[in-house]
Design a protein around this ligand. Structure first.
Ligand SMILES: *Cc1c(COP(=O)(O)O)cnc(C)c1O
Length: 373
């Protein structure tokens, strides 16, 4: 473990790559020999021109993003996208419809927002089991003539994830993915999406900044009678500089894209992520003290959720884990238990340390667990 750092399992804002943080420390003081720190540069000056151009180019390279998609850096968090998407793409008279998968906290919130703008059909939901699985094709019901289909590709709170896009979705209906917690955790076929949105604070950078990858023709279908800042075309036309963009967020994401490249790209990142997740899932499957939340075929490799036999033991686990240098394992308030968020930048040693800690905890508390059963 590096000096003065603990293993940070936070769901977001979350752990960032160490080389990125070290570089940011330098660039905060003086970037590119300019004598000015990154926070202090004009968003229209030469230094930031380069930061923005490289961030976009590296994002495109990492994600293999085709030329007919725009890469936009926006503000307002992923939550702002919950209303910006329906506001732009459903007609003003609210006669439009969209399909939404309800597979967690954030898609439920997105549905609530979208209902202000049109008829929202929940085409698949796992709410009945507190979101422990991705609804299989047999449980899906799509609406004909729908404007788009929304998925939360990885459920940050519950630890379930889609495997790619729902291929059975009607042809020609753009898929809009909230990929906040699994963006660039594995190779992604951008051409299968109309739009991909991601808050930066899980896998890419600081909170407040959002990356939006959107197909040009979809952007153009957006309403033109909205406030300028709330139309995607404004940001597309002005290459994310209609107003002052979140310059530090763009800088830091740019550094993260460079780090992903230095690691060997998304194929290499996916391999490491799968190894990390397997360490934890293999242990969960090999014991009977902890209870995993996600059903096997829907497991996330980013957020791994499990419980002790009792809520008291959950609390004890989190407290003792923290004392052992394993920080922020407490689950979201809507599910309880524990959540290990092991994003791209989370080190494999931290996962090994967690598994070792779990083994010790099981042994020490087997009596209390048996009494509870
Ligand atoms: C964290 C998260 C959000 C919310 O992001 P904000 O930046 O707080 O608005 C939305 N969707 C998903 C999937 C998330 O993980």
């Amino acid at each position: 473990m590096p000096e003065h750092r603990v293993y940070n399992f936070s769901a977001g804002p979350a752990v960032l790559p160490e080389p990125v943080l070290k570089q940011a420390q330098k660039d905060l003081w003086n970037i590119a020999g300019s004598g000015v720190g990154i926070l202090e540069h004009s968003h229209r000056g030469k230094v930031f021109d380069k930061v923005l151009a490289e961030a976009e180019a590296d994002c495109r390279e990492v994600g293999n993003i085709p030329a007919n998609y725009k890469v936009l850096f926006l503000q307002g968090g992923a939550s702002q996208q919950f209303f910006m998407v329906p506001m732009n793409f459903l007609p003003a008279d609210k006669s439009g419809a969209a399909d939404y998968f309800e597979t967690g906290e954030w898609s439920a919130k997105a549905i609530a927002e979208a209902k202000m703008f049109g008829r929202i059909n929940v085409c698949g939901s796992s709410k009945d089991t507190n979101y422990s699985y991705i609804p299989p094709p047999s449980q899906r019901k799509y609406t004909p003539g729908t404007k788009y289909c929304w998925i939360e590709s990885n459920s940050t709170v519950y630890g379930i994830a889609f495997k790619g896009v729902p291929e059975d979705c009607a042809k020609g209906v753009p898929i809009v993915a909230d990929a906040s917690s699994d963006i660039f955790s594995a190779p992604i076929d951008v051409t299968k999406y109309g739009m991909i949105i991601a808050g930066a604070q899980k896998n890419l950078g600081p909170s407040g900044t959002v990356v939006v990858i959107a197909r040009n023709d979809l952007i153009e279908t957006g309403r033109t009678d909205l406030p300028t800042m709330l139309q995607y075309r404004t940001h597309a036309k002005n290459e994310s500089r209609y107003n002052t963009p979140p310059t530090f967020g763009i800088y830091l994401m740019g550094q993260t894209f460079k780090w992903i490249k230095s690691m060997g790209g998304l194929r290499a990142i996916e391999k490491i992520n799968r190894e990390k997740a397997a360490l934890l899932y293999d242990h969960l499957d090999a014991q009977d003290f902890f209870i995993p939340h996600a059903q096997k075929d829907s497991r996330s490799i980013m957020n791994i959720t499990f419980k002790c036999p009792t809520a008291e033991l959950d609390e004890k686990f989190c407290k003792e884990a923290q004392a052992a240098g394993l920080d922020a394992l407490k689950g979201h308030r809507t599910i309880g238990g524990m959540r290990a968020s092991i994003y791209n930048a989370f080190p494999v040693e931290g996962v090994r340390a967690l598994v070792e800690f779990m083994k010790k905890f099981e042994m020490a508390n087997a009596g209390a667990a048996a009494a509870a059963r």
